[in-house]
Design a binder for this molecule. Structure first.
Ligand SMILES: CC(C)(COP(=O)(O)OP(=O)(O)OC[C@H]1O[C@@H](n2cnc3c(N)ncnc32)[C@H](O)[C@@H]1OP(=O)(O)O)[C@@H](O)C(=O)NCCC(=O)NCCS
Length: 171
């Protein structure tokens, strides 16, 4: 019993140390190029649902859609966000953080960077869709100030059919 308790305390301590390391770590943003296709596919493979095909990424490069990568100081790419400019709106169409780096503030960094870009471009709104049961995504966006403005019925058809929340951030 005592041993179990010590193990439990030790695991909490290790988690705290890991979290501190992530907080202290420096992260860098860079725009992806076609040479990053393998990196993107690797990140994409950490998803269990709503994955993109290679053709979809290639198309994004073809149309010069911004693909932003976030990497740590060891140059390991840990996340990616893809967004579109459309008149006075910016649309986030893809956002992923590598599974082992989740819940450490990197999703927040990615979305904040897009909000910054949106402000620079004088956009008025940032919009996105998310599954109604995607709680990590929902709490990330809600925490940042997005609000649900509409429900799109049967929006998702990949693996699990589901509605989407359309969420908006007013700049
Ligand atoms: C959604 C996603 C990008 C969030 O990235 P992340 O780096 O884990 O996000 P953050 O660490 O910045 O977390 C931000 C907030 O989200 C919430 N959150 C994150 N992970 C969570 C989880 N597993 N359960 C509940 N809430 C969670 C927390 O409220 C957190 O705020 P806090 O740290 O102040 O408590 C990531 O989970 C992911 O890649 N998911 C798979 C792809 C996906 O669903 N993308 C979104 C499509 S719309």
């Amino acid at each position: 019993m005592r041993l179990e308790f010590h193990r439990y305390r030790l695991s909490i301590l290790i988690n705290l140390i890991n979290l501190e390391e992530v907080k202290m770590e420096r992260y860098y943003f860079r725009r992806a190029t076609i040479d990053d296709l393998d990196i993107l596919l690797e990140l994409n493979n950490t998803l269990t649902i709503d994955t993109w095909t290679m053709e979809k990424f290639q198309q994004a490069f073809e149309y010069e859609i911004p693909i932003l990568l976030i990497a740590n100081s060891s140059n390991v790419t840990v996340g990616c966000i893809i967004y579109l400019f459309c008149l006075d709106e910016v649309r986030i169409i893809y956002c992923v953080v590598n599974q082992t780096f989740r819940n450490k503030g990197l999703g927040t960094k990615l979305v904040n960077e897009v909000l910054l870009e949106a402000r620079k471009s004088n956009a008025r709104y940032v919009l996105l869709e998310t599954r109604t049961t995607n709680f990590p995504a929902l709490s990330l966006y809600t925490k940042l100030g997005f609000r649900i403005i509409h429900i799109r019925q049967d929006y998702y058809t990949h693996l699990i059919n589901e509605d989407a929340y359309l969420m908006e951030y007013e700049l």
